[in-house]
Design a protein around this ligand. Structure first.
Ligand code: AP5
Length: 230
C-alpha cells in the first residue's frame, strides 16, 4: 500500500528590524523583501498612509508624528493587527519600526501566538547619533513606488528619475526636520532602545553594525535572514 505523502509546513519567518531613526531599517527591509520574497511591514508607512487618507487613526496620529513623538500603542497595534491579517504576510514578514515600546512587543507576542508563529530574529541596526542626522537630512523617496534615496549615499542613476519605476515625483518627509529628528531620537532612546534587552532575554537579538555602505550592511544581514529560513 502506498504511503500517503505528507508536506511539512514551514512557519513563515518573522523578523524585526530595530534601530533609531535613519539607521537604515526601511532601506534594508526593502532589500530583504526583494531578495527573500518576504513582506516589509512598516508602521511608519502605514501611519503615513492613514494620515494621507484622513482616517480617524491618521487624524489622531498626524500631530504626534509631526512633533517626533510616538503614536499611541492602541492605534499602532490595531493598524499592525489589520495588516497582519492580509494573506501576503504568509510569505514571512520584516517588521520595520514595530515594536517601539514594551507594550507593543508584548502585543506582538500575543498576535503571533494566535498564528502559531514566533519571532525568529530581532536585528538591532547600530549607528552613531551623528550619522543618523546626516542620513535623514539627505533622504527623499519616490512618491510612485516608495523607493528610498539619499542625496549623497544613494542618488538615482539619472537625477530626478526613480530607478525602480521611472517616476519623477520625489518627496521629502514632513518629520525630517532638525527639531523633529532630535525628538524622534529622544523617543527612541527612552522607549525603544530597551527592547534590545527584551529580545536578548528571549535569545532572539542580533546586534549588527550599520555604519558603512548600504551593500555592506545588507551583506551582514544576509546570513541572519538565511538562517531564519531553515
Ligand atoms: P518611521 O517611518 O518608522 O521612521 P523612523 O523610525 O524614524 O525611521 P526612518 O524611516 O526615519 O529611518 P530608517 O531607519 O527606515 O532609515 P532609512 O532606511 O529610510 O516612523 C515615523 C513616525 O511614525 C515615528 O516618529 C512615530 O511618530 C510614528 N511611528 C511609527 N511606528 C510607530 C510605532 N511602532 N509606535 C509608535 N509610533 C510609531 O534610511 C535613511 C536614509 O539614509 C535614506 O536616505 C537611505 O538612503 C540612507 N541610508 C540607509 N542606509 C545607509 C547606509 N548604510 N549608508 C548611508 N546611507 C544610508
Amino acid at each position: 500500500m502506498a504511503m500517503a505523502e505528507t508536506t511539512l509546513a514551514v512557519a513563515a519567518p518573522v523578523l524585526i528590524l530595530l534601530g533609531p531613526p535613519g539607521a537604515g531599517k526601511g532601506t534594508q527591509a526593502r532589500m530583504i523583501e526583494e531578495k527573500f520574497g518576504m513582506v516589509q511591514l512598516s508602521t511608519g508607512d502605514l501611519l503615513r498612509a492613514a494620515v494621507k487618507q484622513g482616517t480617524d487613526a491618521g487624524n489622531r496620529a498626524k500631530a504626534v508624528m509631526e512633533a517626533g513623538g510616538l503614536v499611541s500603542d492602541d492605534i499602532v497595534i490595531a493598524i499592525l493587527r489589520d495588516r497582519l491579517a492580509d494573506r501576503d504576510t504568509e510569505q514571512g514578514v520584516i517588521l520595520d519600526g514595530f515594536p517601539r515600546t514594551t507594550r507593543q512587543a508584548e502585543a506582538l507576542d500575543l498576535l503571533l501566538a494566535e498564528r502559531e508563529q514566533k519571532i525568529d530574529a530581532a536585528i538591532s541596526l547600530e549607528v552613531d547619533d551623528g550619522e543618523m542626522v546626516t542620513r535623514i537630512s539627505g533622504r527623499f523617496t519616490c512618491a510612485g513606488c516608495g523607493e528610498g534615496y539619499h542625496d549623497s549615499f544613494k542618488a538615482p542613476k539619472t537625477a530626478g528619475i526613480c530607478d525602480s519605476c521611472g517616476g519623477t515625483d520625489m518627496i521629502r518627509r514632513a518629520d525630517d526636520t532638525a527639531e523633529t529628528v532630535s525628538s524622534r531620537l529622544a523617543a527612541y532612546h527612552a522607549q525603544t532602545a530597551p527592547l534590545a534587552q527584551y529580545y536578548a532575554d528571549r535569545g532572539a537579538l542580533h546586534r549588527v553594525p550599520a555604519m558603512g555602505a548600504i551593500a555592506d550592511v545588507a551583506e551582514r544581514l544576509d546570513a541572519i535572514v538565511t538562517a531564519t529560513r531553515g
